[in-house]
Ligand binder design. Structure first.
Ligand code: FES
Length: 232
């Protein structure tokens, strides 16, 4: 019997993300509300399930989101520079009446969900209003980078969306750019030198090759206009 591999994502030195353990790969697009604020994720595609695959990290594959070996030809420098402290170590904390917000700005990918309805900080400060509380929880759950988390004030337990472990290739059609890889559901990510980053429910990995916070996305794909040719 063939041994089933554990779910994991391995960063290859100056190369792709190696994905193991039959992790589903889907495609999601950010949709905006009537006022053009990022509002929700829409599933726009599902890739055939594979036991193992390699996802492009240099941004230059001709077969995105998969790696085609172009990183070698373009001499991709994929050095990982992300902080290895835990999320909470560098997170600011805002306490509202019903919710606590934690904010680790270094993880921000500028998807922009947090700007809706007066901003997530403001909503948490007014979280004794059921509508504000509901919107704050929704916004935090949509924050693909995991920059924001909300916690119940009484129990201090995180209020997190439940995800099937999966990876989403993201698109930002309103901006006309392609976004990062959204890793959902606590999948371990191992650096090229063997360090396992803090396992989290939501993180985004850079697939444009230009982030200054590799392997994580820092929003540079927006300023550089990264386009995988599949924005819809
Ligand atoms: S995908 Fe590279 S910075 Fe966001």
């Amino acid at each position: 019997m063939v041994e089933k591999k554990e779910r994991s994502i391995k960063v290859v030195k100056n190369g792709p993300f190696l994905v193991q353990g039959s992790i589903p790969l889907i495609k999601l697009a950010i949709r905006a509300d009537d006022e053009e604020y990022p509002y929700e994720w829409e599933e726009i595609g599902v890739y055939p399930l594979q036991e193992e695959y390699a996802l492009c990290r240099c941004g230059q594959s001709e077969n995105k989101p998969f790696c085609d070996g172009t990183h070698d030809q373009v001499d991709f420098k994929g050095m990982e520079t992300a902080d290895r402290e835990s999320y909470l170590k560098n997170a600011k904390r805002i306490e509202g009446p019903d919710l606590i917000l934690t904010d680790n700005h270094a993880l921000c990918n500028h998807a922009g969900f947090c700007t809706r309805s007066g901003g997530i900080g403001n909503l948490v400060r007014h979280s004794d209003d059921p509508e504000a509380k509901k919107t704050a929880i929704q916004i935090a759950g949509n924050c693909d980078s995991g920059r924001f988390m909300v916690w119940d004030i009484e129990t201090e337990k995180a209020i997190e969306p439940e995800f099937e472990p999966s990876i989403a290739v993201t698109e930002e059609p309103e901006r006309g750019v392609s976004g990062p890889l959204w890793v959902r559901g606590n999948i371990p990510i191992e650096s090229a030198d063997g360090y396992v980053y803090e396992v989290r429910n939501r993180v985004t990995l850079c697939r444009c090759g230009k982030s200054s916070n590799k392997p994580f996305c820092d929003g540079t794909h927006i300023t550089t206009g990264f386009n995988d040719g599949q924005i819809q």
